[in-house]
Ligand binder design. Structure first.
Ligand code: SF4
Length: 383
């Protein structure tokens, strides 16, 4: 019997009610007809992967976006049924749907429950209505509160809340107010990222120039928000398990951990990335091109060049160091038949001497100072 490998499946739903001013994700507003055609292509793409069914067992399914909760649940149902048709799915599979406040209703959430969806990830970003408006979000704090209460009442007991710090004009105290309000609701998981100003967005036009940047919190304020988040959430029972992710014990995101530990994942839909059997490939970003090529997805996957050993080593280090547990020196040796020192020479020792990296029980981890300058530390592991 073939030993099945674990697989995480990501399903990209690119539709949103309105485009937020800071967003550069593959997401847009589309009429129902476009949504229906897209979902048809997604099912065709999924079907093309039938030959992989014998090789994998699906441990997590993640509907991300975009705003998957704008879709009628029947579309999610079809995808889930197809996944079960083509793959073996673990009994305790984690199924997450990203939802935005203002797109949920009692009937929709009931249908999610009936489909076996057992985790919601709600994009709140801020508990401050003025900040939400500035971001171009469609919801208010009060809309979020009622959606959240509804989800709880209907029995969803594994909820992530996405937050964003370092917003224009935001103060450290303003950010802490958001955290205070959110933790009062006691979600199982909190993600907290800093806003980044991406080229091509309305925010870039406003805040991308040296003049505009003055309206954003300084680097020192951003770091202070980060440190206070870590300390505050710790006192509320959340452990930081990845640079920007916090969970109550046992509620870490199984799906996201797959990315960070270099596990296999299949990305379906517009611009979705996959990593399987050492091959990385990304679907087209153009909607028409995606639709035209969806049926041939598996053939493209097989034709993709495997990552070089160098690239796999780099990824092992970059992604692994994002996790608080760090990277295992023994696992590196088992995977690559070389030690970290064979490959990176005295770089880890130098970073340890600088107080940016530490070694604990056979694992290399970022220190608190290393986290503050993590981009620079990761750059040291480029080969
Ligand atoms: S809801 Fe999310 S994906 Fe949609 S536009 Fe806003 S930030 Fe982008």
């Amino acid at each position: 019997m073939i030993q099945k490998k674990d697989l995480a499946i990501y399903v990209h739903i690119p539709f949103c009610i309105r485009k937020c001013y800071y967003c550069d994700f593959a997401s847009f507003v589309a009429p129902r007809q476009t949504q229906a055609l897209y979902m048809q292509s997604l099912q065709e793409e999924l079907k093309s992967y039938t030959p992989l069914g014998n090789h994998y067992i699906v441990r997590s399914i993640y509907f991300g976006g975009g705003t998957p909760s704008v879709l009628e649940p029947i579309y999610l149902m079809r995808v889930l049924l197809d996944i079960r048709d083509h793959f073996l799915v673990a009994k305790d599979v984690e199924i997450t749907v990203e939802c935005n406040p203002g797109t949920l209703s009692e009937s929709k959430l009931q249908e999610y429950k009936a489909l076996g969806i057992n985790r919601l990830s709600i994009g709140l970003q801020s508990a401050n209505d003025a900040e939400l408006k500035l971001l171009g979000r469609i919801h208010t704090w009060s809309v979020f509160r009622s959606n959240y209460a509804l989800a709880r009442r209907l029995g969803f007991n594994n909820i992530n809340i996405d937050l964003m710090q370092s917003l224009p004009h935001q103060t450290v105290e303003g950010w802490m107010d958001t955290l205070q309000k959110v933790t009062e609701l006691s979600p199982e998981h909190i993600s907290a990222y800093s806003l980044t100003i991406e080229p091509g967005t309305p925010f870039y036009n406003t805040y991308g120039s040296p003049e505009g940047q003055k309206e954003l919190p300084s680097e020192e304020e951003d770091r202070e928000m980060y440190h206070r988040t870590r300390d505050f959430l710790h006192t509320r029972g959340y452990e930081r398990y990845e640079i920007s992710n916090y969970a109550k014990e046992g509620y870490e995101s199984r799906h996201n951990i797959t990315y960070w530990v270099g596990g296999d994942y299949l990305g379906l839909g517009l611009n979705a990335a996959s990593y399987m059997d050492g091959r990385r490939f990304t679907n087209p970003k153009d909607l028409q091109e995606y639709r035209d090529t969806a049926r041939g997805a598996y053939a493209r996957c097989k034709a993709a060049e495997p990552l070089t050993e160098k690239a796999r080593m780099e990824e092992f280090m970059f992604l692994g160091l994002r996790m608080m547990q760090g990277v295992s020196e023994m696992e590196f040796r088992n995977r690559f038949r070389k030690t970290i020192a064979d490959v990176y020479g005295d770089i880890p020792t130098k970073l340890m001497a600088e107080g940016l990296l530490k070694r604990e029980k056979g694992r290399l981890k970022l220190t608190e100072r290393g986290i503050d300058v993590s981009n620079g530390v990761m750059a040291e592991f480029i080969l």
